[in-house]
Ligand binder design. Structure first.
Ligand code: HEM
Length: 408
């Protein structure tokens, strides 16, 4: 058998893709001691796990990870409780609300951030900027804060909580300082959000928070605490993911200049570039499920009540599903997103089934707007001299820096 590095080892973190291949080929069901979970890597197994309607797999195992920083969120709910919560929040992220209310917010926030770094960075002979620090890490959080209708003056605070939540969720080594900061953030976030939610209930407007306050399904409404937990989840679920998607789409295009030129010339290809980025370098590489009963997958049987770690990053490069899976190619035949938004058919980056990313359309709108505006603002954008983007992260993953040169 091939030697497969531990999924929490530095060797794996440096480049997980050879390990993913070895797992798919020779160990599609792998026991992992440190996370006490069965790790699965083949497309067909991960797809089946996500698609299941809770007869075999649930999200009951999420509490330990998510509760301490967010409280009870939609991700931990199951059955009817989940269906009702989903019906309460989903309409806000669908077509008409998104286009009419939030597209202008998205466009304005992209313009403001690009304007700010152009003012700071453009010298006589052009400039250089890290798209991650100057744009990707700021844009989705600003958009969420603005969609919620929070004070502009509080965006910096919101950003601080975002950073702390992400650090908490990524704290695999259990660093006590990060854990304590996470506890503080949960308290501060509640102290800030609960009065804002109470005030908004009495002063409804056109923003997302008002929609959440007013939402009612079968006589059920969300409590202040439910809404606060959902907003906290949005920081990680809607912030870090979109941040990494933007960093990755630029890293992928800039390292494939012919495809960048094609996208620049024909902007209808931005959708394909986004879909292929989510397949090739998904922001979320691992998510977990719990078995409701004994389940047989490729490579063996998992007992009831066990944790299953689904490797999205591995499934998305399964040669049984994709031709030439380790090549970034926005023109590949196995992408359908050229015309319609059909992520579910293209890759597993948004999961599938009951917990399929509720923000997928918002993410698409944000990434496409961000990419288009950046391409317009930096017509000759290229990687800075000698710079090579490096991915980091195991559960979530993306380039930590994308340093580009423009003008000059
Ligand atoms: C769920 C990925 C953007 C909100 C999920 C899940 C994945 C995912 C993999 C399933 C988690 C699981 O089943 O355990 C992504 C990626 C994004 C993105 C890759 C960007 C490219 C967003 C945005 C928002 C959002 C912009 C909202 C602002 C949510 C929520 C859930 C979710 C609330 C939970 C849905 C449920 O439990 O029913 N996302 N997401 N996501 N996402 Fe996203």
């Amino acid at each position: 058998a091939q030697e497969i590095p531990d999924i929490l080892s530095p060797e794996f973190a440096a480049d997980p893709y050879p390990a993913y291949r070895a797992m798919r080929e020779s160990a599609p069901l792998l026991w992992h001691d440190a996370t006490k979970s069965y790790v699965i890597s083949r497309y067909e197994d991960v797809e089946r796990t996500f698609k299941d309607r809770e007869s075999e797999f649930t999200t009951d195992n999420y509490d330990w990870q998510i509760e301490p920083v967010h409280g009870k969120t939609i991700l931990q709910l199951s059955g009817r409780e989940h269906a009702v919560r989903r019906a309460l929040v989903a309409p806000a992220f669908r077509g008409s609300d998104l286009e009419q209310k939030f597209l202008p917010v998205i466009e304005r926030n992209a313009r403001e951030l690009i304007g700010a770094f152009l003012r700071d960075e453009r010298g006589e002979g052009g400039g250089e900027v890290d798209l991650v620090a100057a744009f990707a890490t700021r844009f989705p959080v600003n958009v969420i804060a603005d969609m919620l209708g929070l004070d502009k003056a509080d965006h910096a605070k919101f950003h601080g909580w975002y950073t702390s939540v992400i650090a908490f969720l990524g704290n695999l080594a259990g660093d006590p300082e990060i854990a304590a900061a996470g506890d503080r953030t949960r308290r501060e976030f509640a102290e800030y959000m609960i009065p804002v939610i109470r005030h908004r209930r009495e002063n409804l407007g056109g923003d997302l928070l008002s929609t959440l306050c007013a939402a009612e399904v079968d006589g059920v409404r969300m409590s202040d605490e439910d809404i606060k937990a959902f907003c906290s989840l949005l920081l990680a679920a809607g912030g870090e993911t979109t941040d990494k998607a933007i960093a990755s789409i630029f890293a992928n295009l800039l390292t494939h200049p012919d495809q960048l030129a094609a996208v620049r010339a024909d902007r209808t290809l931005v959708g394909r570039a986004f879909a292929e980025t989510l397949r090739f370098t998904p922001p979320v590489h691992m998510i977990m499920r719990q078995t409701a009963k004994e389940v047989t997958l490729s490579g063996g049987t998992v007992p009831a009540g066990a944790t299953v770690t689904c490797l999205i990053g591995a499934a998305n490069r399964d040669g049984a599903r994709y031709t030439d899976p380790d090549t970034f190619n926005i023109f590949r035949d196995d992408l359908t997103s050229a015309t319609a938004f059909s992520a579910a058919a293209d890759h597993l980056a948004f999961a599938l089934g009951r917990h399929f990313c509720v923000g997928a359309l918002l993410a698409k709108a944000e990434v496409e707007t961000g990419v288009n505006q950046l391409l317009d603002a930096l017509p000759d954008m290229r990687l800075a001299e000698g710079f090579v983007p490096v991915e980091q992260g195991v559960f979530t993953r993306g380039p930590v820096e994308v340093r580009v040169r423009f003008g000059g």
